[in-house]
Design a protein around this ligand. Structure first.
Ligand SMILES: Cc1cc2nc3c(=O)[nH]c(=O)nc-3n(C[C@H](O)[C@H](O)[C@H](O)COP(=O)(O)OP(=O)(O)OC[C@H]3O[C@@H](n4cnc5c(N)ncnc54)[C@H](O)[C@@H]3O)c2cc1C
Length: 487
């Protein structure tokens, strides 16, 4: 293949696709609207503090290894990866659960909370491991072209796992509400309620308890830096500050894109920007999905985020911390069923400087706080302040310390920023959820049905939200392009 290919956006999926397509001999140009690459995974550096703006959980290390191995590289060629021990802490109203770095340690913790529960846990994780092997080695590697892709010996014998839910499954085996919340947490990465997520997705529990939580020294942005270096070494040209404002089409063929008022011609166009936005770059008749289609889909939450520099080390925290001291069902209703600001939100906080001294000045702490909220809801400075106060009070109580007087600076990011920075549909943080009706061939397609040489990748298409799926999405679309455009 020797095609001139334009890629819109520079998130994980776009960078991944750029590497595979360049390796196959194409001339690849990436156009990113922002001044740095990485999409949702950018970096904020301020007064000696380093923040990952978006993703912070490095799960499924095998997927990253496979990506770099496809180019005869190793992750260690680019960044140092450390397994976190413990993986994370969960704060409940009256108790803290610590998730260790091995299944044995986690079993001990489960038995402490509910004697004997480790027996059920081992069985649950063993089944989750089987699901992981099928999902990662078979299901997610399919391009979502046809329903028959899902029909394999392994999936047919587990068809019930697509119709039962994680929530039901967990409750069948565990009675303690804290253990139930602990086991339901990983599927939140898929963007929907556990009661709307098929049991098959318990493979996320294996990713969590089986494979563990890792940290690239220097933060998640190190992965982006690695991919940029790799892409450039393969000959990819990267243009930042280059928003694409139009995809021109003639006779069902994308002929050119408009970037900063210049028209640039290409053989193939691939968009790694949010799918909904990408289609708005086309004239109406070339769009595949209507506004009504998008409005009916279940989107992953948006988020209210705070990036905070503290002038001291904080106590009683780990690198990753979940604050599950309020009712998750009520918060989930406020995200999915009746979108509004949650009264008592759950939240998540990470302090990468707990395990990685390079992330903060000496004696200081880098803090990232996240409240999941419904996409598209009102976002005002007053609401941001109100919710900052709510979570800081809870944080201080649960970790038994005062921190508000130790804040050097704080920055926030919410619905309006997701729209402005990433052209995100309704300000979603991480794409379209993986529910039964939004899985595999039921998701928006990698290839346009209306334009022969236009493709899409990223968290709104297959396989779905998250960094590992984005890496896979880039590979899948590159394979599809290669298959369709062999010389
Ligand atoms: C706060 C937050 C926390 C998260 N936590 C985790 C986590 O811990 N672990 C995990 O695995 N995943 C996590 N995720 C999800 C993960 O970050 C995403 O699924 C993934 O990064 C999406 O990559 P992508 O390639 O689909 O798109 P994006 O990263 O959104 O990239 C799209 C790019 O397109 C650009 N663009 C848009 N419009 C145009 C245009 N017209 N012209 C040019 N460029 C354009 C955007 O600027 C952006 O750079 C998190 C996401 C967020 C937001």
């Amino acid at each position: 293949m020797n095609k001139k290919i334009a890629i819109i956006g520079s998130g994980f999926s776009a960078l991944s696709a750029s590497c595979y397509l360049a390796k196959n001999g194409n001339s690849v140009s990436v156009f990113e609207k922002n001044d740095t690459v990485g999409g949702r995974c950018r970096q904020l550096k301020k007064e000696g503090f380093t923040f990952d703006i978006g993703p912070s959980w490095y799960w499924m290390p095998d997927v990253f290894d496979t990506f770099f191995a496809d180019f005869d590289k190793k992750t260690s060629d680019y960044y140092q990866l450390d397994k976190l021990s413990p993986a994370y802490k969960i704060f409940f109203k009256d108790e803290v659960i610590t998730i260790g770095d091995t299944l044995d340690k986690i079993c001990e913790e489960f038995d402490r909370i509910e004697p004997g529960s480790s027996i059920a846990l081992k069985k649950f994780i063993s089944k989750a491991q089987t699901h992981y092997d099928i999902a990662i080695n078979k299901v997610v590697l399919k391009p979502g072209v046809s329903p028959f892709e899902l029909v394999t010996k392994e999936t047919v014998s587990r068809v019930d796992q697509f119709f039962k839910t994680i929530s039901g499954d967990v409750r069948k085996h565990f009675k303690n509400p804290k253990l139930i919340s602990t086991l339901e947490f990983p599927v939140l990465f898929l963007g929907a309620k556990p009661s709307s997520t098929p049991s098959f997705y318990s493979f996320m529990n294996y990713a969590d308890f089986g494979l563990g939580t890792w940290h690239p020294k220097g933060g998640m942005y190190e992965i982006i830096k690695a991919m940029k270096t790799l892409a450039k070494s393969l000959g990819v040209t990267i243009h930042t500050n280059s928003p694409v404002s139009k995809i021109n089409v003639t006779n069902k063929k994308a002929t050119s894109i408009v970037v900063n008022d210049k028209t640039l011609e290409f053989d193939i166009v691939l968009s790694g920007a949010d799918y909904h936005h990408s289609e708005t770059l086309l004239d109406q008749q070339y769009r595949q999905y209507s506004e009504k289609y998008w409005s009916k889909k279940t989107f992953a939450p948006s988020s209210l985020l705070f990036y905070i520099g503290f002038d001291k080390k904080l106590k009683n925290i780990q690198h990753h911390n979940l604050f599950f001291d309020t009712n998750f069902e009520t918060h989930a209703e406020d995200i999915y069923d009746n979108p509004k600001w949650p009264k008592d939100p759950l939240f998540y906080a990470n302090f990468p400087s707990e395990t990685d001294a390079s992330m903060a000045p000496k004696g200081c702490e880098t803090g990232f706080f996240l409240i999941p909220i419904a996409p598209g809801i009102e976002d005002t400075p007053q609401l941001r302040v109100q919710y900052f106060d709510i979570i800081m009070k809870r944080f201080e109580n649960l970790t038994r310390q005062n921190v508000t007087n130790n804040i050097i600076f704080k920055e926030s990011f919410c619905v309006k920023d997701f729209i402005k920075e990433y052209n995100s549909y309704k300000g979603n943080a991480y794409g379209m959820a993986n529910t039964l009706l939004q899985t595999a061939f039921l998701r928006p397609k990698l290839k346009s049905k209306k334009i022969n040489n236009l493709y899409f990748t990223g968290q709104l298409t297959v396989p779905g939200p998250g960094v590992p799926p984005a890496l896979i999405s880039g590979k899948l679309v590159a394979e599809l392009i290669t298959k369709h455009h062999k010389n």
